[in-house]
Design a protein around this ligand. Structure first.
Ligand code: 3HC
Length: 311
């Protein structure tokens, strides 16, 4: 079958709402885009463990420590499902990890900001996991089978993370004036980075066209960002919090919460490696990889020995 015919059949399958599976024929660009996106997503889950892990030893009580520990552990699990989904496209885990550690692959910009107080743990759950869920419930319907299926479980767990964050935030919003101040400060620091998680505006998003054509993404970056703002502003108001945007206003006709201009200079600086914590995050992952080398080697040697004994 010639290439044009194969593409036609591939696109017809997508148009009919069928999933593309690893052994199906797919255009090279589809494979390339998926590897890029799924691996960046996996890296985000793994690097995303770092800002919160920072607070495990300093959680205010045992209950908080246990829930935070479980959440961080869930993120490791998400990373593993996603690396496995990426591997179905013909790339090895070692290559993917190498791309992260050598700075060739990106991970979400939001994890390059520091976590300065306990309130950040609540605000990350509420705002950052909240943004991730909006994006990922859409991606759970994406055309690539292994990615969409991995996201069904991930979204269930992310929903739980969002609830635990919102519960911390609700608790602090009803607390002492110092707690309220700490909470407001965390919201002020994480509001704009959470909007940046959705990526550049549609007119500056080079990958969206292809991804939407092949139904990997079903909504654009700006559409999802607006949905997130519409959902989150009333929650902030309910909690008695303000959002650090003087241009935020409700449009009665469109029912959208219109927001001010995102600082795209900051966004591009962060994704190019110049955010407040990029270097620290990369160093932490590189060290973890080195320190874990003996475990990987021992596991491989064991597997090899077992295989030899069985043959
Ligand atoms: N952080 C870092 N890089 C980003 C970014 C962000 N917030 N937004 C966009 N970029 C990068 C893109 O990766 C792309 O770079 P590349 O071409 O070198 O790969 C470039 O900026 C241009 O952006 P595009 O809009 O063209 O890129 P996409 O169409 O891929 O859209 C995306 C970006 C919305 C992040 C999309 O890739 C996506 O939905 N990815 C899957 C979900 C994901 O990775 N989420 C990250 C958060 S995971 C998480 O939050 C963990 C949870 O535990 C909280």
């Amino acid at each position: 079958m010639d290439e044009a015919k194969k593409i036609e059949e591939f696109e017809a399958k997508i148009a009919a709402g069928e999933k593309i599976e690893p052994k199906d024929w797919m255009p090279d660009r589809y494979r390339h885009q998926l590897i890029r996106m799924i691996s960046q997503h996996a890296h985000s889950e793994i690097v995303g463990m770092l800002p919160e892990a920072n607070w495990i030893t300093r959680a205010p009580n045992l209950k908080r420590k246990m829930t935070l520990l479980a959440k961080v552990q869930d993120e490791a699990g998400h990373g593993l499902y996603l690396y496995t989904a990426a591997e179905t496209l013909g790339i090895s885990r070692a290559e993917l990890v190498d791309q992260l550690l050598t700075g060739k692959a990106k991970y979400s910009s939001v994890f390059n900001y520091p976590t300065l107080t306990w309130a950040d743990m609540g605000v990350i759950g509420w705002l950052v996991d909240g943004a991730a869920i909006i994006n990922q419930t859409m991606l759970a319907k994406s055309s690539y089978g292994p990615y969409s299926r991995s996201l069904i479980r991930i979204c269930k767990e992310e929903n739980f993370h969002k609830k635990q964050g919102y519960e911390i935030v609700t608790h602090m919003a009803q607390g002492t004036s110092e707690q309220k101040e700490m909470l407001q400060d965390a919201v002020n620091r994480f509001w704009w980075p959470s909007l940046m998680m959705f990526g550049p505006s549609d007119k500056n998003s080079p990958n969206s066209g292809e991804l939407m054509k092949w139904k990997v993404k079903l909504k654009s970056n700006d559409e999802l960002r607006q949905r997130y703002v519409n959902m989150t502003v009333p929650q902030a108001h309910f909690l008695g919090l303000t959002l650090p945007d003087d241009d935020l206003k409700h449009n009665k006709e469109t029912e959208n919460w219109e927001f001010g201009e995102i600082d795209w200079k900051e966004f591009y600086a962060v994704i190019k490696g110049n955010g407040p914590c990029n270097k620290e995050r990369m160093r932490a992952r590189q060290n973890a990889h080195e320190e874990g080398r003996w475990v990987r080697e021992a596991a491989l040697a064991y597997a090899h020995k077992k295989k030899k004994a069985a043959s």
